[in-house]
Write a protein that binds this ligand. Sequence first.
Ligand code: CO
Length: 139
Amino acid sequence: MTERVLDHVGIAVHSLEEAVSLYSPLVEADAEGRETVESQGVEVVFVGAGTGRMELLAPLRQDSAIARFLERRGPGLHHICYRVPDVEAALAEAVARGYRAIDERPRPGAHGARVAFLHPRTTGGVLIELLQPPADNSG
Ligand code: CO
């Protein structure tokens, strides 16, 4: 087995501005890489640049998955993300091991990454994201 590095921790928030002013001083890191992921109805910004950084997610639309999450559970921990060299292979492997995929195939994530999510029902209640960085990302 290859070890998987924690890439980021996803946190659902109502407002990116408010969340940045809350978390940035706490982890002593600036916000960077704000981006709209239109297909997911979400706007994201990262706090910190290294592995284990925070990904703050705010809804763009009321019918987005993040909006529904906020409605049900309020702001807070949404997912944890592991970096993989090949997300297609990692997803197929996970399904073969009995984990349920939310995504049948990987889809575009923020910053040109390709991502796939595993259903929390089969991962102990924790939404898991698998992320393959873009080819030009040195890490
Ligand atoms: Co994420």
